[in-house]
Design a protein around this ligand. Structure first.
Ligand SMILES: [Zn+2]
Ligand SMILES: [Zn+2]
Length: 329
């Protein structure tokens, strides 16, 4: 990635956020886009529940890609949920084409877990877009077997970090993240390739202070994002996401990344007073190396199955680098 032409750079993007087009959010889409434009985002996809929201970009520097969160919430499904849990199947559908503001994308109910996701992915594809599996661990919607099956079906992206739900995890956000990483490693260890995104899943913007005053949770923005190594246009950004040319972040930014079968080098945008630790991880989640400091390097030996890396700062914020498979080397 580091040796690419200068037209490419890291573009900060948001792939999961709600506006007044969702039953559980109130912020006008124009305000949502303004929020992200003001924070240096270069692209945003508003993903309202079963509904397309299209609003004009407030800035020439912010690309807006029509999207939706295809949502099926039920109490009954197959295999059945554990006691006390529901069947919540949510697929992010982004880069949609030929859709219009307010368009309803509700699908008929599917009882089978695979069938439900398959129908959602098919709809995203029919609309020219791509589907990503959202919050797989929420209500244990997707286990490692189902996720592997979905990857074999063609899924390339899943939500590794969801700022809204992870912050609600009873064990804390680090617990939620380690569960998501374990799920990821279990799929990668089966010889498959899957990339992880971080998102806000923000629902509350101007109403956040009021909610906090009433001790209600506020799902705010700019807590989880992707940095995509691309040119600022839809084809390049989409292509880079599908090729894993990006990293997911919950607050750590990177200066440069080299990740291939021969050599890894990660340069972190170090903040004053912060300490950084980078872990390189291989098959079955095995830790290959642990490096302190603003630059981390690793030379794959060839027998790791795959290599991925995660950077953590002293406050627990992270950057997740996408895996590279070594099997075919
Ligand atoms: Zn959702
Ligand atoms: Zn959502």
């Amino acid at each position: 990635m580091a040796a690419s032409p200068p037209a490419l750079s890291f573009l900060k993007g948001q792939l999961h956020v709600h506006s007044a087009g969702s039953y559980d959010a109130k912020e006008p889409p124009e305000q949502v886009l303004k929020f992200y434009a003001e924070r240096g985002y270069r692209f945003v996809s508003i993903t309202d529940h079963n509904r397309v929201t299209v609003a004009p970009s407030p800035s020439k520097d912010l690309l807006v890609f029509p999207g939706a969160e295809l949502t099926q919430n039920a109490t009954v499904c197959e295999p059945a949920p554990a006691p006390g849990f529901r069947c919540l199947f949510h697929t992010g559908a982004v880069f949609l084409h030929g859709v219009s503001d307010g368009q309803d994308l509700k699908l008929p109910f599917q009882q089978g877990r695979f069938a439900a996701f398959d129908a959602q992915l098919s709809l995203a594809e029919r609309l020219g877009g791509i589907g990503m599996i959202m919050h797989p661990n929420f209500h244990f919607a997707v286990n490692e077997r189902l996720l592997a099956r979905l990857v074999k079906r063609g899924v390339k992206l899943f939500e590794l970090s969801n700022a809204a739900l992870d912050s609600q995890h009873p064990g804390g956000h680090e617990r939620a993240e380690s569960h998501a990483e374990a799920l990821w490693d279990s799929v990668l260890s089966q010889g498959l390739l899957l990339y992880g995104v971080a998102t806000d899943d923000a629902h509350h913007f101007s109403e956040a202070p009021e909610r906090r005053r009433h001790m209600k949770s506020a799902y705010t923005g700019d807590r989880g994002w992707v940095q995509v190594y691309a040119e600022p246009n839809e084809a390049s950004i989409r292509g880079a996401l599908e090729a894993g040319e990006f990293y997911a972040s919950s607050g750590v930014d990177l200066v440069s990344v080299r990740r291939d079968t021969e050599h890894w080098r990660v340069e972190i945008q170090a903040l004053a007073g912060e300490r950084y630790e980078t872990r390189f991880i291989g098959s079955r989640g095995r830790e290959l190396a642990r490096v302190q400091g603003a630059v981390a390097e690793y030379d794959p030996q060839g027998d790791e199955g795959y290599v991925r890396a995660v950077v953590r700062d002293s406050q627990g914020r992270k950057a997740w680098l996408q895996p590279v498979r070594l099997d075919s080397r």
